[in-house]
Design a protein around this ligand. Structure first.
Ligand code: ITT
Length: 222
């Protein structure tokens, strides 16, 4: 019998990715959708602190008889902007959007793609936090890459059309810019690849694997 996980999120993209990854691992993901304002998202310095603060509030909204509730907090950390938008990614996306981010990096250009990737380096990071009725478990994941110079593709959500992940090797580990790996988007952004391809690189998929590894003791391909 599968374990039901109530995922507190209003973001359909996050819900789709979590469901796609967790269902084959034996978890049934159901969306816990609350009215605007029911959960206060505190402005804290780390994704982990935000995720725990949201999870503590989410527990009270678990349907009667249910035990597992999860939140997942993610952000895009852009190195030449000292990590901005980071924990403020949701707000930054709603206000300046990915076009605004491209404008902020306009002065960082290079004809050489490897140098451009270094100048515009960034990473997506995610923390998934699960309450199982007695304990909190945290799963963390990151995906290094760079910000493209123009937006590209309509898949995914949020900043996907401007994020190019670094290639990964046969163990799933990210490689330095300019190094070809067994898995590559060949310079395409997350916005221009399928959900299946994004999952191979994704910070969210890695955070969920880290979480599942702790719950089941099974080692996933992190
Ligand atoms: P919930 O809090 O309701 O789950 P949210 O969209 O506010 O949804 P976050 O607080 O985690 O979620 O915000 C992270 C923002 O960072 C999100 O709105 C996107 O703009 C961006 N982001 C996070 N993961 C992303 C991904 O995989 N692809 C593209 N953008 C992403």
């Amino acid at each position: 019998m599968s374990t039901v996980i109530w995922f507190l999120t209003g973001n359909e993209g996050k819900l789709t990715e979590a469901t796609h990854h967790l269902s084959p691992l034996g978890f049934e993901v159901r969306q816990l959708l609350l009215p605007e304002g029911a959960i206060v998202e505190p402005q804290l310095d780390s994704l982990e602190d935000v995720a725990i603060a949201k999870l503590e509030q989410a527990k009270q909204y678990l349907p009667e008889g249910e035990t597992h509730v999860m939140v997942e907090d993610a952000g895009l950390f852009v190195d030449p902007l000292d990590g901005f938008p980071g924990v403020y990614s949701s707000y930054a996306y709603k206000t300046i959007g990915f076009q605004g981010l491209l404008r902020l990096l306009d002065h960082l250009q290079s004809e050489d793609p490897v140098q451009a990737a270094s100048l515009r380096s960034a990473s997506f990071q995610a923390v998934a936090a699960l309450w199982d009725g007695s304990n909190i478990t945290l799963g963390k994941g990151s995906c290094p890459g760079s910000i493209s110079t123009t937006s590209n593709g309509e898949e995914g959500f949020g900043f996907d059309p401007v994020f190019i992940p670094r290639d990964i090797d046969d163990l799933g580990q990210p490689l330095p810019p300019g190094t070809y790996g067994v898995t590559s988007t060949h310079g395409a952004t997350f916005g221009a690849v399928s959900l299946e391809i994004k999952q191979k690189f994704s910070h969210r998929r890695r955070a969920l694997d880290h979480l599942v590894t702790q719950l089941t003791g099974d080692s996933q391909d992190l």
